[in-house]
Design a protein around this ligand. Structure first.
Ligand SMILES: [Zn+2]
Length: 65
């Protein structure tokens, strides 16, 4: 089963992984993850980027058969 998109109210399967860290809350080694569908990838990554939290966006591994 794929993870659900982290966007509020979205029920679509996620296909992107957004890796972020809030330096005020988290030690540098800590990596938080949000997952996003195609529609919300930009919205969520922009949200994190504006706050300086975004580290990278990775495609989620394809589902195993
Ligand atoms: Zn979504």
């Amino acid at each position: 089963m794929s993870p659900r998109c982290s966007a509020k109210g979205c029920r679509v399967d996620a296909s992107w992984s957004l890796i972020w860290n809030n330096p005020q809350l988290h030690v540098p080694a800590r990596e938080k993850q949000w997952v996003a569908c195609d529609d919300h990838r930009e919205h969520l990554s922009t949200f994190l980027e504006l706050r300086g939290f975004l580290r990278r966006v990775d495609p989620l591994p394809a589902e195993r058969p």
